[in-house]
Design a protein around this ligand. Structure first.
Ligand code: PEP
Length: 239
């Protein structure tokens, strides 16, 4: 049986003090987490050491939000997989729609970065998803199919996570229906493998996650806004 994986994406939020406070509060709670479920947070790179230091449960995933296409060298502002691996990161989000929209990342960039992550034993969480315009013109399946084919080229499909995130649902409060999430995740399943973990992302909340996770091809969630507060994050990962 495939595991579930729930990852909070903090994007560019929280200072080191706020990260420490989050974990101090989180560590005090007695958790009844969902069975067979991995969980964790993707944290801005500069604050990863504080999260690693503060997490009590070593199985709590601390993920990065991006990596460079390069391993080292004259790439000002970039952060290499070697540096993140060294800090203790086990997963990295690649190709989030905000990276694609604001930083021009392409499917080829995503594929290169995912390969580098895997080569260094870090699991890439590869984001795909259609825009509102593509959704409204009923091109979602075609768009996502092209993204998947290009992004996962030559990757070990049993070692990656795909996050299906319709761009129109990210940070908008407009979540996809469970049926729609299932149809799209099933489409991705057919293009990948039975072993690939496929998350849905887009305005997931503690109120919507349970029914979402009942969908047979939805193996978890990538959650932005609802992962920022301790209580809300705990509700996402508790059964
Ligand atoms: C995300 O950041 O990937 C995301 C899905 O954000 P939100 O849950 O806020 O829509």
């Amino acid at each position: 049986m495939r595991k579930k994986i729930i990852i909070g994406n903090w994007k560019m939020n929280k200072t080191s003090k706020e990260v420490k406070e989050f974990f101090e509060e989180f560590n005090k709670k007695e958790l009844k987490t969902r069975s067979n479920t991995l969980y964790g947070l993707a944290i801005p790179a500069c604050n990863i050491p504080f999260a690693i230091d503060k997490r009590v449960n070593k199985k709590f995933i601390v993920a990065a939000q991006d990596i460079s296409k390069h391993l080292s060298g004259a790439f000002t502002g970039e952060i290499s997989i070697l540096m993140l691996k060294d800090l203790g990161v086990s997963h990295v989000i690649i190709g989030h729609s905000e990276r694609r929209i604001y930083h021009g990342e392409t499917d080829q960039d995503v594929n290169t970065k995912a390969k580098i992550a895997l080569e260094h034993g870090v699991i890439p969480i590869i984001c795909v998803g259609e825009t509102l315009e593509q959704y409204e013109s009923k091109q979602s399946k075609k768009i996502v199919e092209k993204q998947i084919k290009d992004c996962v080229k030559d990757l070990d499909l049993s070692k990656i996570v795909i996050a299906y995130e319709p761009v129109w649902a990210i940070g908008t409060g407009k979540t996809a229906t469970n049926e729609y999430a299932q149809v799209m995740c099933n489409h991705i399943r057919k293009l990948t493998s039975d072993d690939t973990l496929i998350q849905y992302g887009g305005s997931v909340t503690p109120e919507t996650i349970n029914d979402l996770l009942k969908q047979p091809d939805v193996d978890g969630a990538l959650v932005g806004g609802a992962s920022l507060k301790v209580d809300s994050f705990i509700k996402l990962i508790e059964k």
